[in-house]
Design a protein around this ligand. Structure first.
Ligand code: ACO
Length: 328
């Protein structure tokens, strides 16, 4: 069966107004600007308002992506929201977003692959379009990580921020759009990065609250080692699946967790620094929102030109990893 070529028709992003700087964090935990900048590359991050849910962040990004695609919400056949911070367990954030957008004919579901979620979402939605099941899909990566972060734990609270990025996918001309996807997971290492309570294993109780099990738990050093390996090998895997080489990359859009992890990927891919997008200094790690926000921002800044070869690559809790080659 012939596959329909699928690409990005419009991009959008949204970050909340409130800025949490390194010097703000110095007043909250035993840390300092110098440590945070040298160990992570982060200077500040955005924090959502008390009454702002993930679907609210997603709505801004989605509306912008639809407008830039010259489309209406009613045109969408599918909404996939990648998030580990849904508004609630169910209904899905995708369903809540569907209602807020008025995307009346769309099927909608959430997908949880932590920081790799947006790449998993792109892969899933583009397959629906490639095989002719649907024509237009909205993929959103959104997180409200500040709502599951322990601001007394210096090991984690300096890292995370809130935001949303969105892409409208649809048919494109032959030779353009997504050329390949590589997805991977290793559930045996799930304990390295998790939100222990609030699910069926540990329903929220006084005990889970007292033990801070409703916050992100992370073995940072182990995740770091895994990330360095996963970024390089996923990007190389996606390139080879697309029949391309490292030298073909025009722009690398990596997950924004730590500038040292990004630098190691840049080195392995033998890329000049200016071919790699870094915005974690301003936003921190926004998990599934990092890649789409970086993609949307690159487009806004005119860094993406027709026929450019983009490589999107990420890793995250699960553990999960993934990469995609996208010809613009
Ligand atoms: N300020 C000052 N000191 C700190 C801080 C801080 N904020 N945090 C940790 N330290 C201390 C540690 O306590 C440790 O002190 P010790 O040697 O006395 O024990 C020292 O700094 C070094 O700690 P390490 O953990 O070895 O520091 P490392 O260089 O590994 O950096 C970091 C830590 C930034 C967390 C790094 O390991 C990392 O980026 N890991 C990957 C994280 C990641 O990508 N997570 C994805 C999660 S997203 C999701 O799925 C929701």
């Amino acid at each position: 069966m012939n596959q329909i070529p699928v690409g990005v028709l419009g991009l959008g992003k949204y970050v909340p107004d409130t800025v949490l700087t390194n010097s703000d964090l110095e007043k909250m935990v035993d840390t300092n600007d110098e440590w945070i900048k040298t160990r992570t590359g982060i200077s500040e991050r955005r924090i959502s308002a008390k009454d702002q849910a993930s679907s609210d962040l997603a709505l801004h990004a989605a509306n912008q992506a639809l407008e830039r695609a010259n489309m209406k919400a009613e045109d969408l056949d599918l909404i996939v929201v990648a998030t580990v911070t849904p508004d609630m367990s169910f209904p899905s954030t995708a369903n809540i977003l569907q209602s807020k957008l008025g995307a009346t004919k769309a099927a909608a579901f959430d997908l949880a692959a932590a920081c790799t979620g947006f790449i998993y979402g792109l892969s899933t939605a583009s397959n629906f379009i490639a095989n002719g099941s649907y024509r237009y899909a909205l993929v959103v990566g959104v997180e409200s990580l500040s709502k599951i972060t322990d601001y007394t734990d210096r090991n984690t609270c300096v890292l995370f921020g809130d935001g949303a990025g969105a892409a409208v996918l649809g048919p494109v001309e032959e030779g353009r759009g997504f050329q390949s996807f590589v997805l991977g997971s290793d559930g045996s290492k799930g304990d390295l990065l998790k939100l222990p309570a609030g699910g069926s294993l540990h329903p929220t109780s006084e005990e889970t609250l007292a033990n801070k099990m409703h916050y992100i738990h992370m073995e940072g050093r182990e995740v770091f080692k895994f990330a360095v390996r996963a970024m390089g090998s996923s990007a190389e895997g996606a390139l080879s699946k697309a029949g391309l080489e490292k030298a073909d990359i025009d722009l690398l859009i990596p997950h924004q967790a730590n500038v040292r992890i990004i630098e190691s990927a840049v080195e392995r891919l033998e890329l000049p620094k200016e071919k790699c997008v870094v915005n974690l200094d301003r936003y921190g790690n926004m998990s599934s929102a990092s890649i789409p926000v970086a993609l949307a921002e690159s487009w806004e800044e005119g860094k993406i030109k027709e026929n450019d070869c983009l490589v999107l690559v990420g890793f995250g809790g699960g553990l999960t990893w993934g990469a995609s080659v996208l010809i613009w």
